[in-house]
Structures are given as structure tokens and as C-alpha cells.
Design a protein around this ligand. Structure first.
Ligand SMILES: [Zn+2]
Ligand SMILES: [Zn+2]
Length: 135
């Protein structure tokens, strides 16, 4: 599905700014607000941070984008996909997706703790392939 269709499906107008934010995230995977600002400003130099932030928030509310919460790291954003964990390179800081069914983990944790768990944030500290090969 194209980004224009995704926005339309969620009854958001496909503005050039929103499409640019989606393009940045598509290309780079996980990006901080500052990163999104820098990359969108390459195309729209006059765009203000508050406008970018408002657009991101609207798309987060519609679940087109997700906030990626990683311990000890700033908040990252990504295009919403199936539940997954993150591999974080301790050398270069790169974040990669690791598809794992977090629902199963939540179910297990919930039944063994008798608590109500709403979501799981799972990340693994790793050294990525590139960093391993350039040792
Ligand atoms: Zn690395
Ligand atoms: Zn991810």
C-alpha cells in the first residue's frame, strides 16, 4: 500500500509534509524526533519543529506511526508494523527489528504474575553484523 493510501485509509490528508515524514521513516527505519526534523528539513527547509511534531502525533494517534521506547535512549518513531522486539547495537547504536510474537510473552508473564500487562517493550543489546566485521 502506498503512503498516500495509508493516510487516506486513516482519513488523513496526504500532505507533502506527512508523506515526507513517512518517506524518512520508510528509508531509515527508526528515527528520533530530531532526526526526523533534520531529514524533513532537507526537503522542506521552512518547516517548523512544532509542525513536524504535530504531524507525527496525528499519525501516532491513527497508529500509522508507533513510538519506539528503548531503555536509556531517546524516543524513536517507526512506521507501525506487527509486534516486534529490537536489537540495539552497543557499538554504533543501530536499531534493527527482530520479529517475535510479544503477545505470547505477555500472556505468559500475565499468567505467572496474575497481573494485567498492556504491552511489552523488548530489546536486546547486541553488536551488529557490520560492527562485528569491522573489529
Ligand atoms: Zn553496530
Ligand atoms: Zn522496530
Amino acid at each position: 500500500m502506498s503512503h498516500v493510501d495509508i493516510l487516506k485509509l486513516h482519513s488523513l490528508k496526504a500532505t507533502p509534509q506527512r508523506l515526507c515524514v513517512l518517506g524518512v521513516l520508510e528509508q531509515h527505519g527508526h528515527v528520533t524526533l530530531e532526526g526526523i526534523e533534520q531529514l524533513t528539513k532537507l526537503k522542506f527547509p521552512t518547516l517548523s519543529l512544532s509542525t513536524i511534531y504535530r504531524n507525527i502525533n496525528e499519525m501516532v494517534k491513527k497508529e500509522i506511526l508507533s513510538e519506539v521506547k528503548i531503555a536509556n535512549k531517546k524516543e524513536y518513531y517507526e512506521i507501525t508494523k506487527e509486534n516486534h522486539a529490537h536489537l540495539i547495537c552497543s557499538k554504533c547504536g543501530k536499531i534493527e527489528d527482530f520479529i517475535i510474537n510479544t503477545d505470547d510473552i505477555i500472556k505468559k508473564a500475565q499468567s505467572s504474575t496474575c497481573s494485567k500487562i498492556s504491552s511489552a517493550t523488548i530489546s536486546f543489546d547486541t553488536v551488529c553484523k557490520e560492527c562485528l566485521s569491522t573489529k
